[in-house]
Ligand binder design. Structure first.
Ligand code: ZN
Length: 460
């Protein structure tokens, strides 16, 4: 019914539209789209599947291998051939990179790659450097040799393993390119490190030599010789023994430490106490001090065999010390005078011979330097009890000050006072001389308290 109503022209138009639609979006179009998208992908895939592997050293393409495996094998072969020829490990100075490349050149074979590597690659032979605090001090063949050097160095100071040893510097072994240097043997490296690069000279001990003689002969301190000869006993030199006589300045220092337990005296303290019966300035030991005893554990550190440091790590008192108690006098001589208890100095010179026992003989006073005829004065006021010759004292004056105190002035050349005469402190009483047992002019001056000779020096 409806079809009958639609005119034939319209139907034709609709058919045309459908045809255009089919032409645009039909199966052939889909194939085109598919081709457009997939072809580049396929091409890229093709190129990748055909990609070569470039061997790159630094920034330079050395060779192009068929694939990564071939490239790596060629590099390995190159290194191992050189190591075999030199008998030493090879060290490459540039990093080798493997990069896929688009170049559709012919892939190089293994030998061709190796030739390319020898032309372009910089490499060196690898030795082992011994480093102290980051600075190379010796070059040896390999790590094993380096380890032997370090072991020997430590062993030298460990005294058969009795001491804990370590290096003072931070010591490392690192691979180093040999360049045109020769690696050292273990012995050479040891000597180089121990003697700071200077050649060690040796000396053969002769009959009668001491370490001190040798040190003087080679113009080195004895400590330096001991440093250069670890473990050397200076008291036990053997004739014919070789000792090293080079100054040392080791490139690596070896620290050795041990603990040492010692018994030591502990000093006693001195305590003072007042004794009113002693004169001012007079002292008397009331209790003799006695040292104590302690056990001390020291940690001793040696540097290259020479002691450099010692510290106490433990301490135990075995016996306490007994303090010394000293009585100190406060009693003033001639306190009744209201003075300070001091005596006036009886002559002008200094004390040239003190009071007390000297050379086995008791000196009962002090000798004061005084030239012949120089004035002598009374040390304190009092009464003259003697003025005349008195045995070895020669011309002698005694003055009694009361309170049991007497002063004596001897070896005078003249006396200006008479017995029984009263004198004032500082009063002129006579002149110095050399009478009696005197080797030359001086004033012999004594202080006698209750008949006992006291040290005059305490009373000035
Ligand atoms: Zn004397």
């Amino acid at each position: 019914m409806l079809a009958d109503q639609i005119p034939g022209k319209l139907i034709h138009q609709i058919k045309n539209y459908y045809g255009i639609w089919r032409q645009l979006f039909g199966p052939r179009f889909l194939i085109k789209i598919f081709m457009l998208v997939s072809m580049p992908v396929l091409l890229v895939g093709f190129f990748f599947s055909q990609a070569r592997c470039a061997v790159v050293a630094g920034d330079e393409v050395v060779a192009v291998a068929a694939d990564r495996e071939t490239a790596m094998a060629a590099v390995e072969e190159f290194i191992s051939r050189r190591e075999e020829a030199a008998g030493m490990p090879v060290m490459l100075f540039e990093e080798i990179k493997y990069r896929p490349t688009w170049r559709l050149t012919d892939a190089a074979g293994k030998e061709e790659i190796i030739r390319g590597l020898s032309r372009h690659l910089s490499y060196g032979y690898k030795a082992t450097g011994i480093f102290a605090d980051g600075k190379m001090v010796a070059l040896v063949e390999d790590r094993a040799a380096g380890n032997r050097v370090l072991h020997e160095l430590l062993h030298m100071y460990s005294e058969q393993g009795k001491l804990e040893v370590s290096f003072k510097q931070r010591v490392e072994l690192k691979p180093v390119a040999l360049g045109d240097r020769e690696p050292m043997s273990v012995e050479e490296a040891l000597e180089h490190i121990r003697f700071g690069g200077s050649k060690a000279r040796s000396y053969k001990v002769k009959q009668g030599d001491t370490l001190w003689d040798i040190a003087a002969a080679v113009n080195l301190p004895v400590e330096e010789l001991q440093l250069a000869n670890p473990g050397l006993d200076p008291e036990a030199l053997q004739v014919g023994q070789e000792i090293t006589v080079s100054p040392t300045s080791p490139l690596i220092d070896v620290l050795a430490a041990y603990t040492d337990t010692r018994r030591e005296e502990v000093l006693y303290r001195v305590q003072e106490k007042v004794d009113k019966n002693l004169f001012l300035g007079e002292r008397k030991i009331v209790q003799q001090g006695q040292p104590g005893l302690r056990e001390v554990v020291y940690r001793v550190v040696l540097e290259n065999g020479v002691e450099v440091h010692e510290e106490i790590i433990a301490e135990k008192i075995i016996k306490e010390p007994v303090p010394q108690i000293v009585a100190k006098g406060t009693r003033k001589l001639l306190a009744f005078r209201g003075g300070n208890g001091r005596l006036a100095y009886p002559a002008a010179g200094a004390i040239v011979s003190p009071f007390g026992t000297r050379w086995g003989r008791f000196h009962s006073g002090v000798d004061i330097a005084a030239s012949y005829g120089s004035p002598v004065v009374a040390a304190e006021s009092g009464t003259v009890t003697r003025a005349g010759y008195y045995g070895g004292y020669g011309l002698c004056i005694d003055i009694n000050h009361g309170g049991g105190v007497v002063t004596r002035y001897a070896h005078l050349s003249s006396a200006a006072v008479k017995p029984g005469q009263k004198v004032e402190r500082g009063q002129f009483i006579g002149r110095a001389g050399a009478s009696g047992h005197a080797t030359g002019p001086h004033l012999h001056f004594e202080v006698i308290v209750d008949g006992v000779h006291k040290n005059p020096s305490l009373f000035f």
